[in-house]
Design a protein around this ligand. Structure first.
Ligand SMILES: Nc1ncnc2c1ncn2[C@@H]1O[C@H](COP(=O)(O)OP(=O)(O)O)[C@@H](O)[C@H]1O
Ligand SMILES: [Mg+2]
Length: 205
């Protein structure tokens, strides 16, 4: 079993979107995958409840109320969807459990400012495991000024941007029916799936 934590202290950064779509990727790749929803709002589990039983299956559970988390050993992958405002001992606990941490960041001045302390804390906690932290630039076109602002901001932290995920209603639409851009009909989401490739490769390293 390998585990990945999707975290960012800001609500709306794209954690649940990344967590559910990543889960969809693993399921479509024939892997056994479990979503561990750490957020009281349980958006990931709601997404799972909508999922068409004809689609590659995913399992999941709520763990936001547990003091000590034990991840299941059976699945190939556990994807952990963190709540907004995650910090302190809970953050440290989760970081100890996982192989990788993925941080979605929307390149707005507000989101970057809200993420600064978090990035510093994670870097400190993950000393010696630096290569296990990666950023996903969320809702951004890599050729824009917003993207270069984000790159400039992240230079301080020396954490790589793994993928750029464009702003598209595809993510909104699939979420509403328990689907992901990795589920059929695949032709419709080809551009989106392409954008995920560097992130997916990094996860497998
Ligand atoms: N790349 C994207 N393009 C368009 N909408 C997006 C994208 N990523 C996220 N969203 C939308 O933004 C909102 C917040 O995303 P969500 O994943 O719920 O964030 P978080 O879990 O960090 O609070 C959701 O309505 C989601 O559908
Ligand atoms: Mg969420």
């Amino acid at each position: 079993m390998r585990a990945v934590l999707i975290a960012n202290p800001k609500g709306g950064a794209g954690k649940t979107t990344l967590a559910t779509n990543l889960t969809g990727h693993f399921a479509n790749a024939g892997k056994a995958v479990t979503l561990c929803d750490l957020d009281r709002q349980q958006s990931s589990l709601r997404w799972m409840a909508f999922r068409d039983p004809a689609m590659p299956p995913v399992t999941g559970y709520f763990a936001g109320n547990q003091m000590l988390i034990n991840l299941p050993k059976e699945p190939d992958w556990v994807v952990m969807d963190a709540p907004a405002g995650l910090q302190g001992y809970k953050l440290s606990d989760y970081l100890r459990l996982v192989d990788k941490v993925v941080i979605p960041v929307v390149p707005s001045v507000f989101d970057m400012a809200a993420t600064e302390d978090f990035l510093a804390a994670i870097r400190q906690e993950m000393r010696g495991r630096r290569h296990a932290i990666g950023i996903v630039a969320m809702r951004v076109d890599p050729r824009t000024r917003a993207a270069s602002m984000l790159e400039e901001f992240l230079k301080h932290f020396d954490i790589p941007i793994l993928s750029y995920i464009r702003n598209t209603q595809n993510y909104v639409n699939v979420a509403a029916s328990g689907l992901t851009v990795f589920d059929p009909p695949r032709a419709k989401f080809r551009r989106d799936v392409e954008q995920w490739q560097p992130l997916l490769q990094w996860l497998e390293e």
